[in-house]
Design a binder for this molecule. Structure first.
Ligand SMILES: O=C(O)[C@@H](O)C(=O)COP(=O)(O)O
Ligand SMILES: [Zn+2]
Length: 210
């Protein structure tokens, strides 16, 4: 896809997420890698429901603002992930209801906030490591993510929300939707005896693709 098509894809899929309740108000941010090596990101304060293709921000790998409106205050954490994960070409950060609720629970397993109970979660996401709470925009988020990126496909910011990566923007959005639905199931199953996938079942699923 060329840059114009990628801009339109970000506008269209952001609007679709907004219309289906995955994003509200000005929460969340999005980015993708452009063919020329620069990055397209949502402007700070923008609503997923009202993005304008020409207004989207372009930054270089060092975070220099090249064009469009002022980028998301989280652009540093997006860039930290791209730097460490060569397979990541797009990133979705949401404040979606169930994943954000999950991010506020005490005693989450920092290495994996959702133990697998369905195959598609394993195939699309795998594990969900938790980044401790820092205020939004803090450089510490990027520092912590730099240590995890490349080993995981999604991350949960404590008391904040999820970050999901993808091989392209559509893949990142699909992964985000799957993860949010998995968190919804996690709460539906709370206090119910649940059969988790065994280690062998998880291993069998890994590496099989989607
Ligand atoms: O939670 C926050 O404030 C940010 O992480 C966020 O989601 C929106 O910030 P901008 O991308 O700067 O609008
Ligand atoms: Zn946020």
């Amino acid at each position: 896809m060329n840059e114009a098509e990628l801009r339109q894809q970000m506008v269209d899929l952001a609007r679709s997420m907004f219309d289906r309740g995955y994003a509200t108000g000005g929460a969340g941010n999005l980015s993708l890698k452009l063919p020329n090596g620069h990055f397209l990101a949502t402007p700070t304060g923008s609503s997923f429901g009202r993005l304008v293709a020409e207004d989207l921000s372009v930054v270089d790998k060092d975070g220099n603002h090249l064009s469009g409106k002022r980028p998301s205050k989280e652009v540093a954490f997006h860039l930290a992930i791209y730097e460490k994960d060569p397979n990541c070409n797009a990133i979705v950060h949401l404040h979606s209801t169930y994943l954000t609720a999950l991010s506020c629970l005490e005693n989450l397993d920092p290495s994996n906030a959702i133990k697998a109970f369905t195959p598609y979660y394993v195939m699309r996401v795998g594990e969900l490591p938790v980044v401790p709470y820092y205020r939004p925009g803090s450089p510490h988020i990027a520092e912590d993510l730099a240590k995890l990126a490349g080993k995981y496909r999604a991350f949960l910011l404590a008391n904040h929300g999820p970050i999901i990566t993808g091989s392209d923007f559509l893949d990142a959005v699909d992964n985000a939707e799957e993860l949010e639905e998995t968190a919804k199931l996690f709460f539906l199953l709370a206090n119910k005896p649940t059969r988790y996938l065994t280690d062998d079942e998880v291993t069998d699923l890994k590496g099989r693709g989607k």
